[in-house]
Write a protein that binds this ligand. Structure first.
Ligand SMILES: *[C@@H]1O[C@H](CO)[C@@H](O)[C@H](O)[C@H]1NC(C)=O
Ligand SMILES: *[C@@H]1O[C@H](CO)[C@@H](O)[C@H](O)[C@H]1NC(C)=O
Length: 420
């Protein structure tokens, strides 16, 4: 592991030094600025990009990734969101309403995306007419009530391929000059859209021949990693299930059955979507109610409800404050979602107690599965970050499949090697 990493860093240092001594920085950038970063290195479709992730489900309530945009490249902290397509930055256009981010507002390039651009069309309904043909306005709304409004621009992104090569593709992003915070607002500079639509960053990179349209993430209690492309995992060790094609914009895996403590619950046809932009998992009222009853029944006489703890709607206390979810594991049963279709028979997505509970600052165990109906999610159930921890999750838009496997997400994968 250590060795592989050192080699990558050494190669980079050599490149950087030769860059500084022979050509000046300006020229080096210009070299990469041609549309599509059409160097032979960049167009090898086998390439991958790996980003470290920072954050956690609790207490932070979000994960973020550092992305470099602009010329010269500036860092931004973005929320990696598999539940939406467009990447946007809080933007000085000037900004009408911006929330507090980590970095100064993005100064947009003056390379506006025109109204008739296919990416503009992909963000609007087919009868949409632009007010001004030279620009493309957008508005995105999120399930938590937050939104971003702005204009599309093209700008350079700076990405390190796992091969050690740095590329600077020109990609479309939103310059968001009017943001409304949602209930789960966090102090980030914007959103990294990883959904299956045409405007998603990975789909754009695919169109430029850089990486395959595959996104994956591995979340842990201390961060984890995010990747684009396929040379990061061994496909034969992944449990795959087909992605529903025409459902919504979301990554949906079809109708699952809820399994509680290894036993079928009879709760079937759960429309399940995977959404890294949500910290918690949401089941619709009917499933939520049934699950709550099963959990409470299993706890009777063992743990008391902590009604004074408002961290989440349901918390339980022990004789002594809990330190970690490991302390409460024995009181709670594992859940699983059993999918009807898969490459193997009935693939199961296991949700251990650690993947549905948090330990609050008061030392109580709180249920990280919430009532989706409460936030207007009736038609689907959303698997959020909490339940995707300690798993490698893969959204393969090439073969239209969603895959997962248990993994140690604190170990970033080696470049060009399977991690498992
Ligand atoms: C690329 O890798 C180098 C060396 O590890 C690092 O200094 C740089 O910040 C990375 N760039 C991006 C865009 O991640
Ligand atoms: C879920 O939320 C809805 C809407 O607020 C509410 O009517 C319903 O009773 C809630 N269900 C449970 C089980 O708490």
């Amino acid at each position: 592991m250590g060795k592989g990493k050192q080699i990558v860093i050494m190669i980079f240092v050599v490149l950087a030094v030769s860059g500084a001594s022979s050509i000046d920085q300006q020229q080096k950038w210009r070299k990469w600025m041609s549309p599509g970063a059409s160097s032979s290195e960049a167009s090898r479709i086998g390439a991958s990009v790996i980003f470290p992730l920072y954050g956690n489900v609790y207490p932070n309530g979000f994960y973020f990734v550092q992305v470099f945009v602009g010329y010269p490249p500036r860092p931004y902290f973005l929320d990696p969101d598999t539940g939406s397509d467009l990447t946007w930055l809080q933007c000085d256009a000037p900004c009408v309403r911006c929330t507090k981010g980590f970095h100064p507002l993005y100064r947009p390039s003056n390379d506006l995306v025109v109204c008739k651009d296919p990416l503009c069309a992909s963000l609007h309904s087919s009868d949409y007419r632009c007010d001004i043909p030279e620009q493309c306005d957008y508005e995105v709304e999120y399930a938590d009530g937050g939104s971003s409004l702005g204009v599309l621009v093209n700008d350079l992104f700076s990405l390190n391929l796992t091969s050690g090569i740095q590329i600077n593709p020109r990609l479309t992003l939103g310059c968001g000059y009017d943001q409304l915070p949602g209930i789960s607002d966090h102090p980030l500079d914007g959103v990294l859209g990883l959904g299956k639509g045409k405007s998603s960053i990975v789909s754009q990179l695919r169109d430029q021949g850089v990486v395959k349209n595959i996104v994956g993430h591995c979340l842990s209690g201390q961060g984890g990693f995010l990747f684009f492309g396929e040379d990061v995992y061994d496909s034969s060790r992944i449990t795959w299930t087909p992605m529903l094609r025409d459902y919504t914009k979301h990554y949906s895996a079809g109708n699952a059955e809820l399994v509680f403590g290894g036993k079928s619950t009879g709760l079937k046809n759960l429309n399940v979507i995977f959404d890294s932009g949500s910290s918690y998992t949401y089941f619709n009222s009917q499933i939520y109610y049934a699950l709550l009853s099963l959990i409470k029944k299993g706890l009777s006489g063992k743990l008391r409800e902590a009604t004074d703890d408002r961290t989440l709607p349901f918390c339980w206390k022990g004789k002594k404050p809990f330190k970690s979810t490991r302390d409460v594991k024995k009181y709670f049963k594992p859940l699983a979602l059993r999918f009807p279709n898969g490459w193997k028979a009935k693939p199961q997505f296991e949700i251990s107690p650690e993947a549905y509970l948090i330990i609050s600052s008061k030392g109580n165990a709180c249920l990280g599965i919430l009532n989706g109906t409460d936030i207007g999610l009736n038609n689907f159930n959303m698997i959020g970050d909490i339940s995707m921890q300690d798993k490698l999750l893969i959204y393969d838009n090439e073969k239209q499949a969603i895959g997962w496997t248990a993994a140690n997400c604190d170990q970033p994968p080696r470049s060009n090697h399977a991690i498992l």
